[in-house]
Design a protein around this ligand. Structure first.
Ligand code: FES
Ligand SMILES: [Fe+2]
Length: 365
């Protein structure tokens, strides 16, 4: 938004953080249209392994099929609509079997058997595969798209894949993961991530390691937004000790060895590229004022295999940083929910937030 007086960008009106109708419009115009990050491929390594991605009322089964492809299906039976999964993660056998009348689907979604339905005139199993959602993988990350006609996955993500190639994210493994339940709107979390104006006050320890003004944006338009921050100490890392927990990732060279990059992948993924690891945040909306945030620390398998590998200082540092962020986001949520709140001006250190708001409003219009 902009103030009429001086055309300066301002924060969004309060209803964007509290209103159920706007939340519903986001579901329809953003979360049912865009590519949504749902998790890492490594969570379902073997055929039949699955997890359920829950998005508003929808439950989407993300499963590995017999050919090794990742598939996405709505969690409902084609007979009478019953939910197929009795738990939110696990491993199917060769078939996904409905608990009601035992219709069974192969892992590629085809209806393989439907007991006694041969007595039903005109019934053809081929007419009742599971309802699929569009699904794609890049850099070890799984994305789904619930629209009938999504933007082409490869076209959409190829610039990102090229930009992030040196970190080799697809080959990294999860060394630690944690989920946070935060009483704040998802956009407050994204905005908080996308500026370091708050770093000296909210994150004094982080500001020691990487000064809040030693930052820039190198992707300033489009679905991927953000840029680098310099790490102050030569060879240092963003950890409680200021030392790295692993050697730098093998594909990195030059200035990337001394930088951390922070990107927002519209609409629900945050990627922090460090010299020695990659931190990924996945955001899930749980109502206008609540968000689930799943966070994973990804390291090179060779580093993880070292007997003395200990990601603890990185985990602790980012867990503390996250907690500081969630606390301030929850306070923001409380404030923007007040009848007295009116939009405030963005600073010159928050230009990315105005870009994000603009992009968000465009997607919503
Ligand atoms: S509802 Fe699934 S088999 Fe009847
Ligand atoms: Fe922060």
């Amino acid at each position: 938004m902009t103030t009429p007086a001086n055309n300066q960008p301002t924060t969004l009106p309060g209803r964007y953080f509290t209103d159920q109708e706007i939340y519903g419009r986001e579901s329809e115009r953003i979360f049912s249209r865009e590519w949504i990050y749902v998790g890492r491929e490594s969570a379902i390594r073997e055929a039949g392994e699955y997890f359920v991605h829950i998005q508003d009322e929808e439950r989407i089964i993300i499963a590995r099929d017999l050919e090794g492809e990742v598939r996405a299906f709505y969690d409902l039976c084609r007979h009478r609509g019953t939910g197929l999964c009795s738990s939110d993660e696990g491993k199917f056998g060769k078939y996904i079997t409905c608990p009601y009348h035992a219709w069974s689907y192969s892992l590629d979604g085809e209806l393989a058997s439907a007991p006694n339905m041969e007595e039903t005139e005109g019934f053809q199993k081929a007419d009742y595969p599971l309802k699929a959602a569009h699904c794609g993988t890049v850099m070890g990350a799984i994305f789904i798209n619930l629209s009938d006609d999504p933007v082409d996955f490869d076209t959409h993500f190829s610039p990102l894949e090229k930009r992030f190639a040196s970190w080799g994210i697809g080959g990294l493994r999860t060394a630690h993961q944690v989920e946070y339940d935060v009483a704040a709107n998802w956009k407050l979390i994204v905005q908080n991530y996308s500026e370091c104006y708050h770093c000296p006050t909210v994150h004094p320890a982080l500001n020691e390691l990487s000064h809040f003004r030693a930052t820039a944006n190198d992707l300033e338009e489009g679905p991927f937004l953000g840029g680098p921050m310099e790490i102050s100490r030569p060879g240092g890392g963003m950890t409680t000790t200021g030392e790295r927990c692993a050697p730098h990732l093998p594909g990195l060279e030059g200035p990337d060895l001394q930088r951390a990059y922070y990107y927002f992948i519209f609409p629900n993924m945050l990627v922090s590229l460090q010299p020695d690891f990659v931190l990924v945040h996945r955001l899930v909306r749980n109502g206008p004022g609540r968000s689930l945030i799943a966070c994973e620390w990804l390291y090179h398998p060779d580093a993880i295999a070292e007997p003395d590998f200990d990601p603890g200082p990185a985990v602790q540092f980012w867990d503390e940083t996250n907690s500081q962020d969630w606390t301030i986001c929850e306070r923001s949520q409380a404030g923007v929910s007040s009848r007295a709140y009116t939009p405030g001006p963005y600073s010159s250190l928050e230009t990315m937030l105005a870009v994000i708001d603009r992009q968000y409003l465009q997607a919503m219009s």
